[in-house]
Design a binder for this molecule. Sequence first.
Ligand code: HEC
Length: 736
Amino acid sequence: MRLLGFCVVAVAAVAVVTPLYTHPPVHAAETPVTWSRQIAPLVYRNCAACHHPGGAGPFSLLAYSDARRRGRQILEVTQSRYMPPWLPAPGYGDFADARRLNDEDLALIKKWVESGMPEGNPAETPPPPHYDATWQMGKPDLILSIERPWTLKASGSDVFRNFILPYPLAQTHYIRAMEILPGTPQVVHHANVLIDRTASFRRQHPGEWKDGVPGMELELDAGNTFDPDSHFLFWKPDTPLLVEPPGMTWRLDPGNDLILNMHLKPSGKSETIDAQIGLYFADKPATRHPMLLQLDDDRDLDIPAGDRNFVVHDELTLPIDVEVLGIYPHAHYLGHVLEGWAILPNGQKKWLIRIPNWDIDRQSVYRYRNPVFLPRGSVLHMHYAYDNSDANVHNPNSPPIRVRAGNRSVDEMAHLWVQVLPVNVPKGSPDPRLLLEQAWMEHRLSREPGDSIALYDLASAEAGLGRYSEAAAAYRKLLRADPGDSRTLNSMGAALDKAGDAAGAKEAFRQAIAADSGNCDARFNLGSIELKHAVFDEAEHQFREMLARCPADAAARSGLGVALAGEGRDAEAAGEFQSALTLDPQNFTALYHLGEMAIAAGRPGDAIDFLLAASKQNPNDIDTRERLAMALAQSGRSADALVQLREAELLAPDSADLHALLSQLLAETGQLREAIDEQNEALRLQPRDADGWNSLGVLEARIGKPDAARLDFQHALQLEPGDAQARANLAQLPPQ
Ligand code: HEC
C-alpha cells in the first residue's frame, strides 16, 4: 500500500495507531490509497475531534460519504495548511498534541483525491472515534452551570462574555481535571477559566453578573495570600478535557468564583449559551507548584494606521532554574508574527514558540511535549509584530485606524504567558515562586515606577521571602500615595509584626479597621497578635467581630478556639475547633489543638487521629510531631513514637528539647545507653539546663555509674543551687 519512497518515513510515525502500515511495501501501481486503509485513520486522528456531528467543525468527516463529498476542499485546506488549525511553526518548540500534518500525510491525501477517492474494502475501515455531549471521564464530582442561559444574537461581530460560576461548597477541594461543556461548541471559539479568589469580579458587577459581563480581558483581585495563577485553564473545541499532571492539582476554596471567559462567534442563527464546567476532585493538595509568568508590552502599543510592522518587546530574567511547561501567546486582530524565546546564560538562543501568521480565532495554549529546562539567569523574550494595514485580512478596520492597548476586541494587546515549574530548589528555601514574583514585579516597576499593583505585589513577595523591613518600607511608600488604604495598612501591619514591631503592627491593624470596619483580615491579624502576646480576651473580641462578618472562615473559628482555650474555657474552645473542621477538615490549628486537648484529657487514641491529620497538613512542624509522639507513647506504641521523634530530629537536629524527649522515651523502653547519648546531645546544645543534668545523672546511676551520676547532680546544683530534686538524688547515691 505504499506508493512513494518517502512514505516509508510514515511507518514509524503512524504504525502504532494503524497496524496496517506495518505491511511490507508493495509496488505502487497495485495498491491505491483508499479511505478504509489510509485516509480514514488519518482523518480520525487529525480532523475528527472537531469534524464530528455536534463538534466545532462545520461538518462531520466520520463517514466515507462525508469525506468524498468534500474531497477537493480537503485537498485544498490541507495543502495550504489551513486545516487542521495549528499556528506554531515547526522547529520552534516541540508541542504535545501538535496538530500538524506531515509531508507524508499531505502526499497521501493528494494521491487519494487525485485517484478519485476510492473507498477500498469497507470492512477494513477502522471504527470511527466516538463522541457525545457527555462527560469524557464520567460524571464529575461537581458540575457548575452558568446562572442563566444567555442568548447570542444571530449576527454581528465577535462577542467576548464572562460568565461567573460561584463555587458553591463550604469545603476546600483540589481539582485534578476539568471539562467544559459549552453547550454550543459551534459558536465558541475558545474559552478561558479564571479563578477569582475574592469574588471581586462578581462584586464589581452586582446587578448584571448573572447574565454574564462583556469584555475581552478582566482584572481580578487576588486577595492577600500569595497564590499566583498557576494553571492554564483553557478550553478549545478539540480538547474539552483538561487533566493536570500528577501532583499539580489546583485548589478551590469556599468563596471562590470561577469565571468562564468566552469568545463567541455568531453563527447566522441565534444560539443559547448554557455552558457547564465539570470538576474532578483529588484527595491531596498539590506537591508541585507551577506559576504563570506574564511578559507584556501593552504600554508601547500605539499602532499607526497602515503600519505593516509595528514591533513591541518585553523580557524577564529568571532568578531560579525552571522548567517551562506551557505557553500562551495573546494578541488581538492586528497581531501578525508572535515570537517567544529564551537566551540562556551561555548565550544560546532557545526558541519557545514562533507563530508566523497569528489568528486570534485559533489562539491556544501550547504545552511542551517535554518540559523545557531554563537555568537561572536565562532571559525570557517576547517579540510581537503587528500589521495594521489592509493587507492583514483580520484587520477589523477598513480603512485602518490608529489602535492602542485596551480590552475591547478593537483594541490591541501584547501578552505572553509562560507556565514555569521551579526546579532544583535547595531544601529549606522559601517558596521559589516568590523569587519569580519578586523578579517579575521589579521588572515591571523598572518600566513603570508608578505601577502601584506591582509595588504592592513586590512588597508582598518581599514579606513572603522574610525581608520584612523592605516589605514595610514598600507598603509605606504605597501609603504615601493613598494613606487610607485599608488593605495596605493591614499588610504593613503584618510585615511590622514579623519584623518584631508589635506596637507598630497593632497600630497599623487598628488603622486598617478604622478605614474599613469590614476588613476581616485586619481583625484576624489583630486577634492573632493578641493571641501571640496572650491577651486572650482582646483576641476573643477581635475573632468574634470578624466572625460576625465572615462566618464561614475556618481560620477565625480556630483562632477563637485558641483564645477561649487561653481563657480556660476548654469546652467552648473545642466547639470552635470542631466548627473550624466542618468548614475546612484540613485546618491545622484546629487539628493540632484538638489533639493537644485529647492528650490532656487522657484520650491518646483520639489525639493520634487529630495529630496525624495535622502532621499531614504541616509535615515540618516539630511541635506536632512531639505531641504525636507523646500520644503514641501514652497508648503503648513506643516504636511508632520513636519513629516520629527520629523524623522530627532530622527536621530539627539542633533542638535540645527534641533530644531530651527522645532520651526520655528511650529510657522508658529500656534503651539506657541510647538515652544517655541523646541526653548528652541535648546538654551539648543547652549546657545550662539544670533539669537536663539531673536527668543525665539518673540515667548514669541506672547503668551503674554512680561517680558519673554524682558529677551530673553536682553540675545541676551548681547551675541551680535550690534544685531539690538533684539534691535528693545526690543524697541517694552510695557513699564514695
Ligand atoms: C480544532 C478543530 C478542527 C480540526 C482539528 C480540524 N478542523 Fe477543519 N474546520 C474547523 C472549523 C472550526 C472550520 C470552520 C471555520 C474555519 O474555517 O476555521 C473548519 C473548516 C474546514 C473545512 C472547510 C474550509 C472552508 O474553506 O470552508 C474543511 C474542508 C476542513 N475543515 C477540513 C479539515 C480536515 C481535512 C481536517 C484534518 C486534517 C480538519 N479540518 C481538522 C475545525 C477543525
